[in-house]
Design a protein around this ligand. Structure first.
Ligand code: NOJ
Length: 748
């Protein structure tokens, strides 16, 4: 009898998928399937397991999971990839009574086979097309390896670089963060679910995770609803609007309610107000962790609280699989709650085409094609170049040109520092290690070597290791520097120093690296410091004394090629910081879109009874939006097309940007607005637009922005999204600090 049902289910799904005369909507198909499911099978769909795998070993280390898959008690797996592995596991799912395909999820955060720059670095490009393309390529490679679903993009606003997860997001600004969130979702999901190269996006971590107290990962978050809606939710809203198939809730509690059990966030806002049709997965073990939070007494209560709050799938805590059936039978969880979650999950499986063909992503030929896709490597290099930020480029005394770019006819060049020959460190956190990485990843050394060929002598000394406390290698490094015409110093973080659970209280360049820079600077040789890291670091001595600094983040597989292009001027750096760089940890959090206080300091000389520190500047080392070019852009003649507008009108703001340097270059022209007086205080500046313009040396253009009342909206104290008449300042400039200013009125 059971056998007969199984056989007929195959043809039943096929019938649901292919019979055009039926023209069943996905909702109808979902209903038809759900009618045949037992309560236990439904709950199985809401259960996700980790599937540690090993190239030669068993597919899941834990055989018991395989039995559960066979029984139909597992809806999704994570950390199973490869066309072969996913196929093998899917075959087990096909032995279950209902034959509902598994979903395979993976943290494809900045590439799968080809690693792109970390998301924070990509954000520095301010280039939505490139960011979308990077996600697209990650999806192409992942989908070819059997992956249906990526746990990305992380769209948490991050104002505190002590928090290790800053590397995974787009930085501190809700406007830029929203555009990037949408670009990444579109990139991952390509032309839409149902295409075999589209993976489901997952906007995470919903919500507020970036505001963890003290920058400590997994910590509590306590914020006003105003701040939640105005600063932290916009990128999530943008991700939902861009069609993100799934959301992940967060480890933190938000104002006392853990995100996994937070009904306000999941049901009222996301599924209610934003009409989100996808499903919500918990973060790893997050449902069960509500016990540790002190919110649920035991795992049964955790399951009840989470499911009733709107969390559809339990990642690895087993609270759902162990307790939901009893909770339903005891009347503590409504059957309609289960049905709602299951239908959301099944809908995505239908949209992905998995009922039609559960193996459509597990295609070894496609996997092979993507494995050495040269076009993907080219795109990774392009993205890496765009992500680099030039922080300083001074002239040396007596020289007519700045230190960078380096003249390719240089005879002797020294590359010094712990990251010069680094390979996997360039990949950063959330990246995969492949057996042939040594051949694929381009180190800085190799990048420069390719660029210079045999024409120059390249010298090397390590100087110290990343976290060394010893200066024993300094003497050799100094001696090497003395032989060279120019010295490149490559320092920063190890790839495991910034990422999940990598909060740090000391953000200075680790170990004795800055001491090494000091020793090298003392040689009097022209010095270029390149900092590779996952977060904004503190390097004040270097910023003050070294003439040239490039922030190179973690740039991925093609890091060395991109760095070499920038060093020798084949690419004119164009990156702009997506996060303020602090002067000291004591300033944190430091961000550009803060409020004015009742006692605002005018500058660092104005400290007495001001909102200031007695022992520290209130200004960051480098402000949000900052980034130099080898050329120089000047801004002049800011104009508004009118001095007042009504809510139905629009206003043109324009400025002249002139490239008055010697190189062609790309500039990101930034528009900020300040609402001078409102019913709730407003940030001193808010990014409301930007334009990227390419200017030839000597060229001048007029850059225009349109401003409407929609750009002036904010959440008032009743959480209504409104604009109010009054005076507004408009700023246009090269970063959030260096701007031209004008003003207008919004009248009724
Ligand atoms: C925990 C992380 O917080 C989350 O971002 C990630 O997607 C999951 N683990 C799965 O690896």
């Amino acid at each position: 009898m059971l056998k007969r049902i199984c056989l007929s289910l195959f043809s039943f799904y096929h019938f649901l998928m292919i019979c055009p005369a039926q023209q069943k909507t996905i909702d109808q198909k979902v209903d038809s399937v759900m009618q045949l499911m037992t309560l236990e099978e439904k709950i199985g769909q809401m259960n996700q397991y980790n599937g540690d795998w090993d190239a030669t070993g068993p597919i899941t280390k834990d055989g018991e999971k395989q039995n559960q898959i066979k029984k139909g008690y597992v809806g999704a797996m994570l950390n199973v990839s490869g066309a072969g592995h996913t196929r093998a596991l899917q075959e087990i799912a096909m032995q279950s009574r209902m034959k509902i395909p598994l979903l395979f999820g993976q943290d494809v955060i900045h590439g799968y086979r080809t690693i792109f720059p970390i998301p924070l670095a990509e954000a520095a490009s301010w280039d939505m097309e490139a960011i979308q393309k990077s996600a697209r390529i990650g999806a192409l490679e992942a989908a070819a390896a059997g992956i249906h679903w990526t746990f990305a993009p992380m769209v948490d606003i991050a104002r505190d670089p002590r928090w290790g997860r800053v590397m995974e997001g787009a930085g501190e600004d809700p406007f830029l963060g929203s555009l990037i969130a949408a670009a990444r979702v579109k990139g991952f999901q390509g032309k839409g679910l149902g295409n075999t190269d589209a993976v489901m996006a997952c906007a995470k971590h919903f919500a507020g995770y970036g505001a963890a107290v003290g920058g400590r990962d997994y910590n509590s978050v306590d914020m006003s609803l105003w701040q939640l809606h105005e600063i932290y939710l916009p990128p999530f809203k943008a991700a939902a609007a861009a069609g993100a198939a799934t959301f992940m809730n967060a480890f933190n509690d938000l104002n006392g309610i853990p995100a996994a059990g937070n009904k306000y966030l999941q049901t009222d806002i996301l599924k209610g107000r934003w009409d989100f049709k996808g499903f919500i997965v918990s973060d790893w073990g997050g449902v069960g962790e509500m016990i540790n939070h002190g919110y649920a007494k035991n795992s049964e209560e955790a399951a009840r609280l989470a499911v009733n709050a709107g969390c559809d799938m339990d990642m690895e805590s087993r609270s759902y699989i162990n307790h939901l059936a009893n909770l339903v039978k005891a009347g503590k969880v409504g059957m309609q709650v289960i049905d709602e979650s299951v239908s959301r999950i099944l809908r995505k499986k239908f949209e992905m085409g998995l009922f039609d063909d559960p193996f459509r992503f597990s295609d070894t030929n496609r996997e092979k094609e993507q494995w050495d896709n040269q076009a993907n490597l080219v795109a990774a290099k392009e993205m890496a170049k765009k992500s680099i930020v030039l922080l300083k480029n001074d002239h040396l005394p007596g020289q007519s040109t700045p230190v960078l770019p380096i003249d390719r006819s240089v005879k002797k060049i020294a590359l010094i520092g712990p990251l010069v020959k680094a390979k996997s460190e360039n990949l950063g956190f959330w990246s995969f290690d492949w057996p042939d990485d040594e051949n694929r990843i381009v180190s800085l050394w190799e990048g420069v070597q390719k660029k210079l060929g045999k024409g120059a002598t390249m010298l090397y000394a390590q100087g110290c290791d990343i976290t060394d406390t010893s200066r024993l290698g300094f003497a050799a490094a100094v001696a090497t520097a003395m032989l060279a015409d120019i010295v490149i110093v490559s320092v920063g973080e190890r790839r495991d120093m910034t990422g999940e659970a990598k909060s740090r209280s000391d953000l200075h360049l680790p170990g004795v690296q800055e001491k090494l820079i000091q020793a090298l600077q003392a040689t009097g040789k022209p010095l270029v410091v390149m900092i590779s890291a996952g977060r904004p670091l503190i390097f004040n001595w270097t910023a003050e004394h070294v003439p040239a600094i490039l922030y190179t983040w973690w740039l991925g597989t093609k890091a060395g090629d991109a760095m070499a292009d920038v060093l020798f001027g084949d690419y004119n750096p164009s990156g702009k910081l997506p996060m303020s760089f602090p002067l000291a940890e004591g300033q944190l959090p430091v961000y550009y879109n803060h409020f004015n206080t009742g006692r605002q300091a005018k500058d660092d000389n104005d400290r007495m009874y001001r909102s200031a520190y007695t022992d520290l500047s209130i200004y960051p080392a480098f402000p949000f939006g900052f980034g130099l070019s080898y050329t120089h852009f000047s801004y002049s003649d800011i104009q508004l097309s009118r001095s007042s507008i009504r809510p139905v009108d629009s206003l043109r703001a324009s400025v002249t940007v002139t490239n008055n340097g010697k190189f062609d270059g790309k500039e990101t022209v930034q528009l900020y607005i300040h609402d001078l007086f409102a019913s709730v205080v407003r940030p001193v500046k808010e990014l409301k637009g930007f334009k990227q313009v390419a200017l030839k040396a000597g060229e001048k253009i007029r850059v225009e922005f349109m401003i409407t009342a929609a750009d002036l909206r904010f959440y008032n104290d009743q959480l209504q999204y409104i604009y109010e008449p009054g005076a507004f300042e408009v700023f246009i400039g090269t970063n959030s600090r260096d701007v031209l200013k004008t003003a207008f009125q919004l009248v009724e």
